[in-house]
Write a protein that binds this ligand. Structure first.
Ligand code: NAD
Length: 264
């Protein structure tokens, strides 16, 4: 899909990848870029830097009425939404000990938000016979994230939702892309976490990620991989699941040994 003249909503756009995406959409000639975030001040500051093409709107993606309301507002103003980017996401460190409340929060922000967005926007897109849903999942959705069970599980679910949406609506003019980056230099990467320190070694900037995402949308590719090596890891997993799991177990052991060494 060409970006020129399009109406675009990006969630979680107050900083990081979402903010970079808004800048890229505006630079590519989008007619209207809705910078949305639960942090309205952050969204306003991004919109102000972009200029007249951008509007900031508060939206907590884990609250269905917020998502419905942003879609209704933009439909009333523009009569269409061409591209909806479900980008907002969070992470919580930890495995089995993570609290049920943390799991629920991860599920609501990383997964239910994608359902709420599709539920609100797909009927309008079907009516026009055209529309694009973009979901920022993670390489953790194709592979796994060693330090966080809830991130791995919810990002797999994010990818599963995108696959389902594409299967269900692909023949009715709805395009879907799922973005699966490794490390991106944003506030999400936390250097006190050994896996995040490892991700930093191969991290790209948010601007680089956004450029890659726009290219993926322009060529209407389902799987957008700002780090091309992720495809190689995904192939290895598909070729020999047990070998891939043994490799991941080795890496987990090495990272926890390195971390114990640093702590000692
Ligand atoms: N940074 C990475 O290394 C990396 C790698 C792979 C995937 N991702 C994914 O990319 C997406 C963007 O992450 P980022 O690195 O830019 O993170 P970030 O923490 O820099 O920015 C996330 C933004 O989302 C907003 N947000 C959080 N919860 C929200 C909610 N409930 N409703 C609306 N907005 C909310 C925050 O206010 C913030 O502005 C996420 O889905 C993340 O999982 C990030």
């Amino acid at each position: 899909m060409e970006i020129q003249g399009r109406v675009v909503i990006v969630t979680g756009a107050g900083r990081g990848i979402g903010a970079a995406l808004c800048h890229q959409f505006a630079a590519a000639g989008a007619h209207s870029v809705i910078v949305s975030d639960r942090d309205l001040a952050a969204a306003e500051s991004v919109a102000q830097k972009i200029g007249t093409a951008a509007t900031a709107i508060a939206c907590d993606v884990s609250v269905e009425s917020d998502v419905t309301s942003i879609v209704e507002r933009v439909m009333a103003r523009e009569q269409r939404i061409d591209i909806f980017c479900s980008n907002a996401g969070i992470t919580v460190k930890g495995g089995l000990e993570s609290s049920n409340a943390d799991w629920q929060r991860m599920w609501d922000v990383n997964v239910m938000s994608r359902l709420y967005a599709a539920r609100a926007v797909v009927p309008h897109m079907l009516q026009r016979g055209e529309g694009y849903l973009v979901q920022t999942a993670s390489a953790a959705g194709l592979l796994t994230e060693i330090g966080s069970a809830s991130y791995s599980v919810t990002k797999h679910a994010d990818l599963a939702m995108a696959e389902w949406l594409s299967t269900q609506y692909g023949r009715q003019g709805i395009r879907v892309s799922c973005v699966c980056p490794l490390g991106v230099e944003t506030d999400m990467l936390d250097d006190s976490d050994p896996i995040h320190r490892y991700l930093h070694l191969h991290a790209i900037t948010a601007d680089q990620a956004a450029v890659s995402i726009l290219q993926g949308i322009q060529s209407e590719r389902f799987l957008i991989l700002p780090h091309p090596e992720v495809l190689e890891f995904f192939r290895l997993k598909g070729d020999d699941y047990d070998r891939w799991l043994r490799g991941m177990q080795r890496m987990r052991q090495k990272l926890s040994r390195d971390n114990a060494g640093k702590a000692a």
